[in-house]
Design a protein around this ligand. Sequence first.
Ligand code: CAA
Length: 379
Amino acid sequence: MNFEFTEEQLMIRDAARDFAQRELLPGVIERDDKAEYPTEQVKRLAELGFLGMLVGLEYDGGGMDTISYVLAMEEISKVDSSVSVIMSVNNSLVCWGVEKYGTEEQKQKFLKPMARGEKIGAFLLSEPEAGSDATSQRTTAVDMGDHYLVNGTKNWITNGNSASTYIVMAQTHPELKHKGINALLVDAKSEGVFVGPHENKMGMRASDTCSVMFNNVKVPKENRLGEEGFGFKLAMQSLEGGRIGIASQALGIASGAYELALKYAQERKAFGKEIIHHQAIAFKLADMAVEIEAARFFCLKAAWLKDQGQPYGHASAMAKLYAAETAMKVTTEAVQIHGGYGYVKEYHVERLMRDAKLTQIYEGTSEIQKIVISRGLMG
Ligand code: CAA
């Protein structure tokens, strides 16, 4: 077993760290406050190659491995998870499915611009009445011969407003339940697509989350991803990789909060000494460091399995569960270590705590990860 990163992986980590510290940190509080979409920062993310880093070079992606992705996601999420979620959804939930199951024509038309980051993708699975219970899709895609006619509403859609390409899961044969679901590539500018207002969220406020409504939207047959009825499996497989991205995001949120708390504890004095010399604080930091290291191992293990071409769904669910729970615990303790300063915006940890909460909810709640993990144990 080798715990060493390659030179290339370290270079990618350092580039992501540099970008986060130099270009995301200034303005992150303001963007969060105003719930302002990070337009310029996303452009830079594209220029640096992060938006399509997992896509193969032949489709204009970065051709990088998943270990590098974990490292980059961690660094960016230490500072701004509203930006890293855009990167995660585009890479793992959208580009991955098109690269793996798309036709050559779909790859040329939809994948390449997304891999270059010129266009952004969104993954439309959740509905008002189908969140965790994802097989209960109500959005319909009626087969009209040469096209599907799509009707329904999707919600909690990351990149819902900024995306040019949607992967929409919709029911074509309700009698077949999940086996009747198709995954369709839909141009966000299609007639009949309506985007709802930006959700006013607790955390990750600058990322764009909205509902998307479909009213008799015509989607050409050639835009179906994979075989007829493969949509649900495609969504589940995409989420296996997506969960590595969100686990790494949670890891970044936790390690960002830990670094701030450590620095604060080394500087802040109380009762005649730096607070790190009080065991109550030192032990908190020790617990935080241990949990972060464990979360990092979970993320890297899932990424390594994916890079080896081995099954990784079970490992990615474990990584997502553990890292999200760690992010919530560590950010809460980071606020506690900062005392009153932790409760105000300038010190960043309150934002990290709000951001951490979402990692326990999206791309499968912590409870859903336990379903996936426990079913895996049953064989
Ligand atoms: N890969 C391939 N196929 C899979 C699969 C996987 N990982 N997981 C399940 N399937 C298949 C099953 O084999 C089954 O197919 P067959 O009938 O042919 O065997 C089919 O899918 C249905 O599976 P289940 O019977 O297990 O379905 P279920 O209803 O019991 O629950 C679930 C499955 C795991 C709970 C699933 O519904 C789930 O993951 N729910 C959470 C959804 C989720 O994560 N949503 C996140 C929204 S996206 C988001 O947040 C993005 C964003 O914008 C940030």
